[in-house]
Ligand binder design. Structure first.
Ligand code: SAM
Length: 361
């Protein structure tokens, strides 16, 4: 009898039980992503207990699919169900973690699993042949990434993130030159450009698609203190050009992070600073045993961050480079004053404020 069959009749071993749990959780994560993308979670906020037909009709969706999705959601303890009335509802405390009303929407994060799964066959080839999977192979990466950084960076940017560096908000109010490296869709920079009209903002990113989106967004907001450029940062060299350089989750998946960090150090003017948000945790596997979401981040790294760097002929540093190695690399790049802190809203990332001898205030 196979392990799965035997689980129906006998007490599962601990590991077999965990495996079954993992299969269920993986499936639920896939369905949570679907619930986010189809608008089912958002549509169910504040809805009274309703039948699958009522839910489907109110959202313009196919009832047969909605019913099957509800099957996974109810047996997965995400949605509540009254079998006699044939109704379903989303409890408020679950809605708080699964809808666009919330800045802690974990359904956004759930989307990464299907995004990664879409390149599984390419990754299998890389295990055999080496090399990497380029950004272009991930059709929804920039969209999902912008949704995630919308919660971790953009929403809390002005009131919680920038104040981590004392005096920075005041400098931005007065007017400084700011560069965001690996800006993606540019939402953080657009928010800063709107809030700080006396400052000037530049965003560089390798992705034409992401930069086109960012430009469009700047135009929509009527901003004239911001520009975006498609730029490979591998050989970035613009000495003495910026007062603030930011990097939001964008150093670890560069082709050559060490060279980008040196370029950033050299690009800062007197009194300038580098503000880096990047995946936290330890630099070794053992040190990550108790770090939340470590299996998730090693997976994202293997199937995205590391491989996109290797695809550029890069070093494949990986998302789990960890705080010890990050500090060493900042030091090697010329930053001799580095402060590291964690923010309550962001369980994944560490925040670094780095200055060089020449830029010390
Ligand atoms: C994890 S995403 C972060 C994007 C954005 N900062 C955010 O928080 O949403 C990393 C970004 O680095 C960019 N990138 C990777 N390698 C690059 C390179 N060699 N030159 C410029 N940008 C690069 C990617 O295109 C991607 O947009």
């Amino acid at each position: 009898m196979c392990t799965l069959c035997s689980l129906n009749t006998t007490q599962p071993t601990d590991f077999a039980g965990r495996m079954v749990e993992m299969l269920n959780h993986a499936a639920i994560i896939q369905m949570i992503s679907l619930g986010h993308r189809t608008g089912l979670f958002d549509g169910m906020i504040g809805f009274p207990p309703s039948t699958s037909q009522e839910i489907a009709d109110s959202l313009g969706l196919e009832e047969r699919y909605v019913r099957e999705w509800l099957g996974a959601m109810v047996t997965g303890h995400i949605v509540d169900h009254d079998p006699e009335a044939g109704t379903f509802w989303l409890p408020q405390d679950h809605a708080d973690l699964l809808t666009r009303m919330s800045d802690h929407n974990m359904a956004v994060v759930a989307q990464f699993m299907p995004v990664l799964a879409s390149v599984e066959t390419d990754i299998v080839e890389c295990f055999k042949e080496g090399g990497g999977v380029p950004y272009a192979r991930y059709p929804r990466f920039h969209e999902v990434m912008a949704e995630l950084s919308g919660m971790t960076i953009v929403s809390p940017l002005i009131d919680h993130v920038l104040p981590v560096s004392p005096g920075l908000v005041e400098q931005l109010d007065e007017g400084i030159d700011v560069l965001d490296v690996g800006c993606g869709r540019g939402m953080a920079l657009v928010k800063m450009a709107e809030r700080f009209p006396n400052s000037r903002f530049v965003g560089f990113d390798l992705s034409e698609e992401a930069v086109a989106f960012a430009r469009e967004c700047a135009i929509k907001h009527g901003l004239n203190n911001i520009r975006f450029e498609v730029r490979d940062l591998t050989t970035f060299h613009e000495p003495d050009s910026y007062d603030l350089v930011t990097a939001f989750d964008s150093i670890h998946d560069q082709a050559d992070p060490a060279s980008v960090l040196s370029g950033i150090a050299a690009s800062l003017r007197q009194g300038g600073q580098f503000f880096m948000q990047d995946i936290g945790g330890a630099s070794d596997i053992a040190g990550n045993m108790e770090v939340p979401l470590s299996p998730f981040m090693y997976t994202v790294s293997c199937m995205h961050c590391m491989t996109v760097s290797l695809a550029q002929g890069g070093v494949g540093l990986g998302a789990k480079w960890g705080e010890q190695l990050a500090c060493t690399m900042l030091e090697d790049a010329g930053f001799d004053d580095v402060a590291v802190c964690r923010l309550e809203h962001d369980v994944l990332n560490a925040y670094y404020i780095a200055r060089t001898e020449n830029t010390a205030a």
